[in-house]
Design a protein around this ligand. Structure first.
Ligand code: ZN
Ligand code: ZN
Length: 163
């Protein structure tokens, strides 16, 4: 593995070009399908599952296989350019290209994942790194609850039930 990497960009989101570079380093051929996967991930704030990406990209790339999506995602996770979240409660892995420290809010009803900037996390990460001696790659802090939409839907339902 090459020592010099282009992943030193702190806090910033990984551009599609960084991800493509990592795939090439891992020995993958840069097919139009893999370009499309990296483009779809870059700046993506929806924490998509592999299936969601597959369904979306299949429209433009009918020859895309599910295996290509999965092995591309896993190569990016291994390269440290993509965060794999397995805690959304829907049994699926969700993927996040944003490696900067941020809080995840997970809706236990609709399983959407939202981001929240939390400046205090950077200080916690520094302390954890210092006290553990680990070179930290990423971190996950998730809070679980009902998203605003699901709260509204619940309120509507109980209002109409009470009538
Ligand atoms: Zn919800
Ligand atoms: Zn996120």
């Amino acid at each position: 593995m090459a020592k010099k990497s282009s992943t030193a960009k702190k806090g910033a989101e990984n551009a599609a070009s960084d991800m493509l570079g990592a795939l090439r380093q891992a020995g993958m051929r840069l097919t139009p399908q893999r370009y499309a996967i990296c483009e779809a991930l870059s700046g993506n704030r929806e924490h998509p599952t592999a299936q969601v990406l597959f369904d979306r990209l299949r429209v433009d790339y009918p020859s895309l296989s599910r295996a290509t999506v999965y092995n591309t995602l896993h190569t990016l996770v291994e390269a440290g350019l993509l965060l794999e979240l397995v805690s959304a409660g829907d049994g699926n892995a969700h993927f996040d290209p944003d490696l900067s420290p941020h809080v995840h809010l997970v809706c236990v009803n609709c399983h959407q994942i939202d981001d929240l900037e939390e400046p205090a996390l950077a200080g916690i990460a520094r302390r954890v790194a210092r006290n553990s001696g680990y070179e930290l790659r990423n971190a996950g802090l998730a809070y679980y609850g009902l998203c605003p939409n699901c709260q509204k839907a619940k309120a509507r339902k109980s209002a109409s039930a009470g009538r």
